[in-house]
Design a protein around this ligand. Structure first.
Ligand code: CUA
Length: 327
């Protein structure tokens, strides 16, 4: 409807936006036209205000000591116009934004539903078949998708710039987001609600594939042909990288190189050897033994990992060598 009413804005070339992110959903072009309109109208207003200011400063400058400012009270027509014209512009922008917002919320019947979970500080995705992925959301191109989203801890926000969509993800309630990807490829996901120390690292990708590729992907075993260490490495890439380095360098959490078989000291002063049991406990229930100098920040992964993923992670951490020459 809007497109037809305001055909003028849709007759302008769309691609003239080198300064905006790649457009990869059917909503992106509409959104960019609104942004361009806002920038254009703001530029016109800015130039008008500055030009008027310079003109008045010169035209009405004080010419002699005796110059008196005339006594001006009001001017009905001028006052009406400078209120009414901006009002029309703002209402127009409001209508346009409303229409876009509605497009963004609406998901056609038959949209493909995928569940999204946010937690400090990673994203995971559950598909209708029961398939799970962490760190990458897989979707088919040109198919309406509805994300049903919730958080396991605090408020996060799911944002895909290339799709021009964003929605808060809240604990204890579902929010949703709809889109139709228009390009295949990999696109960045950000968390855009400050959710703690690891907020900036709370990243993921959307992988857009052809429908056939996506259907085939859905049937594959994610860990087929991988050994335990490779499974662990894959899980690590999707789940752990916001907080843990694979070197000894401290991140939000401890660096993991050389942890296995080292002695760990905890907040309560106790110590333990980092064997498989310790690693397992630290992944599933990290609050039980909090490493000295680190807060109890990590999401408990109990219930979030399959047994082979957990074993894989432990085996992967065991392969990370200590760089300390003494050991
Ligand atoms: Cu999650 Cu910011």
């Amino acid at each position: 409807m809007f497109r037809r009413c305001f055909w003028f804005f849709y007759s302008l070339p769309a691609g003239a936006s080198k300064w905006l992110p790649l457009q990869a959903s059917d909503l992106a072009d509409d959104m960019d036209r609104l942004i361009h309109f806002l920038v254009f109208i703001s530029a016109v207003a800015a130039v008008g205000v500055i030009a008027g200011f310079v003109y008045f400063a010169i035209r009405f400058r004080r010419k002699s000591e005796k110059d008196q400012t005339p006594h001006i009270t009001h001017h009905y027509l001028l006052e009406f116009l400078w209120s009414f014209i901006p009002l029309l512009i703002f209402l127009f922008v409001f209508g346009w934004g409303w229409w876009l917002y509605d497009e963004m919320r609406r998901s056609p019947p038959g949209a493909l539903e995928i569940h999204v979970y946010g937690q400090m500080w990673n994203w995971d995705f559950v598909y209708k078949t029961g398939r799970r992925t962490a760190g990458t959301l897989y979707v088919p191109v040109n198919r309406p998708v509805k994300l049903v989203m919730t958080s396991r801890d605090v408020i996060h926000s799911f944002y895909v710039p290339a799709f021009r969509i964003k929605q808060d993800v809240l604990p204890g309630v579902y929010t949703s987001l709809s889109f139709k990807a228009s390009k295949t490829g990999r696109f960045q996901v950000f968390c855009t609600e400050f959710c703690g120390t690891g907020h900036a690292g709370m990243l993921a990708k959307v992988q857009v594939m052809s429908l056939t590729d996506w259907e085939n992907w859905l049937k594959t075993d994610p860990y087929e042909g991988l050994n335990l260490v490779e499974i662990g490495q894959k899980v690590f890439g999707g789940r752990c990288t916001a907080c843990h380095q694979i070197t000894e360098q401290r991140g939000i959490g401890p660096g993991l190189a050389g942890v296995f078989n080292s002695e760990r000291e905890f907040e309560d002063g106790s110590r333990a050897l980092a064997d498989e049991n310790y690693l397992r406990e630290s992944i599933l229930n990290p609050g039980v033994k909090v490493l000295k100098g680190y807060g109890n920040l990590m999401t408990p992964f109990a219930g979030l990992l399959q047994e082979e993923e957990l074993t894989g992670l432990i085996e992967y951490i065991k392969t990370l060598p200590s760089s300390d020459p003494k050991e």
